[in-house]
Design a protein around this ligand. Structure first.
Ligand SMILES: *Cc1c(COP(=O)(O)O)cnc(C)c1O
Length: 228
């Protein structure tokens, strides 16, 4: 049987990811692919799982919950989009990692919901690397104090940083923002804040994941490059 479009896309994405990692002197398996499934249904998700994808990203709570009802723990679930505080309670039980923590108020709600179910949630702190007002995320100059504050929560484990750079025509232009996130991670590492891990950099989407991997991404979030 002919491989499906999704299979073909996935194969290509994985190859490009591997080459980008090798170019940066890293091993291909140091970078995790998160298939962003916000535009597709459970059949497509099942298909990528069959092709070896283990982790999926959703950006809307309602849609994630509906898909979870069917797929349960077949994939590992990541929340990657803006998360409203009043919806946190619906996702904490099945979500492995929340990539978009950008306020202490949100962190506090996550902590409270996770305490109820005795679960430690892995989170990434979203950083607004470009400083554009329209962009979500903690400002780079506030990052260290933010990390110190969030480190106090017992049911949250910070594992790194995430960013959504502004849309750039040229993938080389966006590279500067990826570099900046890596430098912020290194800065945070030096601070040696207790109870915080600075391992992951979640950066890179369909348009720019190769540059992101070359600059140190440990997780890339790819939607349209797989599902069209
Ligand atoms: C949609 C989305 C992606 C994937 O974008 P593509 O361009 O389709 O690869 C990645 N991250 C976030 C936060 C998203 O909302």
């Amino acid at each position: 049987m002919e491989p499906s479009k999704i299979q073909q896309n996935l194969k290509q994405v994985k190859e490009k990811m591997a080459f980008a990692a090798l170019r940066a002197g890293r091993l291909p398996d140091e970078v995790k692919l998160i298939a962003v499934t916000k535009t597709v249904g459970v059949d497509e998700i099942k298909e990528v799982i069959k092709c070896g994808v283990t982790d999926i990203g959703e950006n809307r709570v309602q849609s994630a919950v509906e898909k979870y009802e069917i797929l349960k723990d077949l994939p590992t679930w990541h929340m990657i989009g803006r998360l409203q505080k009043n919806k946190v309670k619906y996702i904490v039980k099945f979500c492995k990692m929340i990539h978009s923590v950008e306020s202490i108020e949100l962190a506090e709600v996550i902590n409270n919901e996770c305490r109820k179910i005795r679960k430690v949630m892995e989170v990434l702190v979203q950083v607004n690397v470009s400083g554009e007002e329209s962009k979500q995320g903690v400002c780079p100059e506030d990052l260290i104090s933010f990390l110190k504050e969030i480190s106090e929560y017992d049911f949250i484990l910070v594992r790194g940083l995430m960013t959504m750079p502004p849309i750039c025509e040229d993938p080389e232009e966006v590279r500067g923002f990826f570099k900046k996130l890596r430098e912020l991670r290194n800065l945070a590492l030096k601070e040696d804040i207790p109870h915080i891990e600075m391992i992951h950099l979640s950066m890179g989407m369909t348009q720019d994941y190769e540059a992101a991997i070359e600059e140190g991404a440990t997780m890339v979030r790819i939607g349209s490059g797989i599902f069209g």
